[in-house]
Design a protein around this ligand. Structure first.
Ligand SMILES: *[C@@H]1O[C@H](CO)[C@@H](O)[C@H](O)[C@H]1NC(C)=O
Ligand SMILES: *[C@@H]1O[C@H](CO)[C@@H](O)[C@H](O)[C@H]1NC(C)=O
Ligand SMILES: *[C@@H]1O[C@H](CO)[C@@H](O)[C@H](O)[C@H]1NC(C)=O
Length: 473
């Protein structure tokens, strides 16, 4: 039961291709101490992240459309490495990295989000000829702001261009075009979401203009590299709980304009990350890698592979789940729950904290886990929609049954028990699932993914995963 805690096997990941450098980005959790305004308690934080998850799931339902194939990219001998930490100390339920943009570069803290296609930062851009800029920062009250006029590589996309009028429509470009050279504006306001769920109207929004910029990244060989013509959103207004303590979002969705696609062009068609425990402080960080991951990461079990479906759910990284077993018993879940053609399907998402299961899967999963913890008094946590929480004073973790997600090709994902019986407040644990109405996709959120290495191979259509402490040897 607690075999994962015992490092029976320490395997250094084999390098997939020899002599490759990689891009590395540091990954921090959204709720981490360097962040300005963090929630007071674990309970407050949980309310925030659950709120965010609901907004996101509804937005996703409103968005789904069939997608066309993604362009694959040619390989080069390098990888990007960015630091990656839990956002706990920043009061958020996502993971964060640092990102350097502009010439000379300015540094920002961004949420790492496989569910966003646009990379955007809080920004001010209307100061080109020495205008008084102090009144331009409409919605930005905290954090750092990208000063576009100080960057020699900042190039707004004109509103008369095809790119603005046609290609960026999916990224909410606006049709406003007073003069041909006016920058292409966007409004990341999720109107469809508001109709679906008008309770949650303070979903995270951003308004601004699109630009091409240069981004400076660190490589696995300790050198630096520059990526040019990266599409970024310069947001002069942003609001919502998700982005209140960070400077923006690093968009890693499976889409043409996401940072993944840009990085994959030069650094090989894959990216990977190891998510530290979501309760970790910012000083516990790992890396987000674009390119071959040659990190000497401590792996605590077998490396497994399953097919990564890039054309099933738009913008998303989908997997073929076949079933879920709990305590060795396969649950009775109708197959259409996992079938995209029948309105179901499953995706992995780094920007959703808890995991969503559609009702026909949610009910049996909850019932099976509830039974095993029923000796602990049930507790109601105010404002937390998770159905089942209990007083975990004297909790015996060996009571938690092993949950296994079985993929159609035989691979099995065995999340750590802390990833589904999560700590919600002092002495309280909750079952970390949220229900979604069928038909819709199920989502494996970031808490479920924690303490695993995940590698998304976009050219080989493969998802590699292995349990890991997310520490390097
Ligand atoms: C800029 O605007 C601020 C606030 O409106 C004002 O106090 C300041 O004098 C202005 N500076 C210049 C150079 O116009
Ligand atoms: C990380 O930070 C936390 C809280 O600030 C502290 O308790 C812990 O000892 C630190 N860990 C390391 C490895 O520095
Ligand atoms: C849990 O139970 C313990 C002892 O029975 C009690 O002292 C504590 O207040 C309870 N905690 C909650 C959150 O209900």
């Amino acid at each position: 039961m607690k075999g994962w805690l015992i490092p029976l096997l320490f395997i250094v990941l084999p390098s997939i291709v020899q002599a490759q450098d990689s891009i590395k980005l540091e990954l921090l959790h959204r709720h981490a101490p360097q962040l300005h305004a963090r929630p007071k308690t674990q309970h407050e934080r949980l309310k925030d992240l659950v709120h965010h998850d609901f907004i996101r799931h509804n937005r996703r339902q409103a968005w789904e459309t069939p997608k066309t194939t993604t362009a694959t990219a040619s390989k080069t001998n390098a990888a990007i490495q960015m630091p990656l930490s839990a956002g706990r100390d920043f009061g958020i339920g996502q993971y964060v990295t640092t990102f350097k943009v502009g010439t000379p570069s300015q540094k920002f803290r961004l949420i790492v989000d496989t569910g966003s296609d646009l990379t955007w930062i809080n920004c001010r851009y209307r100061c080109a000829r020495g205008d008084n800029c102090t009144t331009q920062e409409r919605g930005i009250k905290r954090g750092r702001v990208f000063r576009a006029h100080l960057s020699s590589s900042f190039r707004p996309i004109p509103c008369f261009s095809q790119m603005c009028k046609v290609e960026l429509r999916n990224l909410f470009s606006l049709t406003i075009c007073p003069t041909p050279l006016t920058p292409c504006a966007y409004d990341y306001r999720f109107n469809s979401l508001k109709l679906v769920l008008n309770r949650y109207i303070d979903g995270s929004d951003a308004m601004g203009v699109f630009a091409k910029e240069s981004v400076t990244v660190g490589l696995t060989n300790s050198r630096m590299a520059r990526l040019h013509d990266v599409l970024i959103g310069c947001s002069d207004s942003s609001q919502g709980r998700t982005v209140k303590n960070v400077d923006g979002v690093l968009g890693l969705a499976n889409s043409k304009y996401s940072f993944v696609t840009k990085a994959a062009e030069r650094w090989g068609g894959k990216f990977s990350y190891c998510l530290v425990d979501h309760l970790s402080h910012i000083n516990a960080s790992n890396y987000l890698i674009f390119g071959a991951n040659n990190n000497q990461l401590t792996v605590l079990g077998n490396t497994r592979y399953t097919r990564l479906e890039l054309n099933l759910v738009s913008f998303s990284y989908a997997v073929n789940v076949q079933g879920i077993s709990i305590g060795g018993k396969m649950l009775d879940i109708p197959l259409q729950v996992w079938d995209t053609r029948k309105g179901g399907g499953t995706i992995l998402d780094s920007g959703t904290s808890l995991s969503f299961l559609t009702d026909p899967a949610y009910q049996p999963v909850m019932a099976a886990i509830k039974m095993s913890v029923s000796k602990y008094p049930q507790v109601k946590l105010h404002g937390v929609p998770m159905e089942y929480c209990f007083n975990s004073t004297g909790f015996d973790e060996t009571l938690v049954p092993k949950l296994i997600i079985h993929f159609a090709d035989g691979a099995r994902f065995e999340p750590h028990w802390r990833s589904y019986v999560i700590s919600a407040a002092d002495g309280v644990r909750c079952l970390g699932f949220l229900p979604a109405r069928f038909p819709s996709v199920s989502v494996i959120g970031n808490i479920m993914q924690q303490n695993y290495l995940w590698e998304f191979d976009l050219e080989g259509n493969k998802l590699r995963f292995a349990p890991s402490s997310c520490t390097t040897r």
